[in-house]
Design a protein around this ligand. Structure first.
Ligand code: FES
Length: 198
């Protein structure tokens, strides 16, 4: 019987060169009690525990400042998934950081509504004000869903707008001083439409 040709392209690179990663055991990873409880509570909200991956990674990021390898292993142990699975989720989403970032995170929206009202200039102003301070992470971002206050920015998970480029330096100075940031521009302080202060 003639020997069939082997298409090397179909086989090369498909053989794993290392043993598959295992789910870490909880007792191996030193998971803080508070983080374990939080992730278990998140998993209880979904029929499939993997659906809690993003909020679980968010909890890791809140605790450590970014999705550290140790934090990912801790979450993986609680969720009974491999760290590689959670790493693949974390690396997909811009708001989850798989490398160290500054303590303060500023995301300036440069999508259409904000761009038309000076979003690019606002981002430049924040970058200039932050300089090379490693404690400040400034990035442009797609629509943050608050187009009515364009141009806007998310600063440490709070929304601010409409912002003038000149206010970027004020906001950065306030972050450095630990002061309340642009209190008059905070979204949560705006009166609700139809509310008593509207
Ligand atoms: S375009 Fe900036 S929040 Fe929507």
């Amino acid at each position: 019987m003639p020997e069939l040709p082997i298409d090397i392209a179909l086989t090369e690179g498909r053989v794993p060169d290392r043993t598959p990663e295992e789910v870490p055991e909880l007792h191996e990873v030193g998971c803080p009690e508070e983080l374990r409880k939080r992730i278990e509570e998140l998993m209880s909200r979904y029929p499939d525990r993997k659906s809690a991956s993003i909020p679980a990674l968010w909890a890791v990021q809140r605790l450590y400042g970014w999705c550290t390898p140790e934090g990912i292993r801790q979450a993986a142990a609680v969720m009974r998934v491999t760290p590689a699975y959670l790493e693949s989720v974390a690396s997909f989403y811009d708001l989850l950081h798989t490398d160290p970032v500054g303590t303060h995170k500023v995301a300036v929206c440069t999508n259409i509504s904000c761009w038309m009202r000076g979003g690019d200039e606002l981002l430049d102003a924040f970058r200039a004000a932050a300089g090379d301070d490693e404690d400040l992470f400034v990035t442009g971002f797609e629509c943050l869903g608050a187009c009515d206050i364009a141009p806007m920015a998310s600063i440490d998970e709070r929304y601010f707008g409409p912002l003038e480029a000149a206010e970027a330096k004020t906001a950065i100075d306030q972050l450095r001083e630990g002061a309340d940031v642009l209190p008059e521009k905070a979204l949560e302080k705006r009166p609700l439409p139809g509310g008593p202060d509207a």
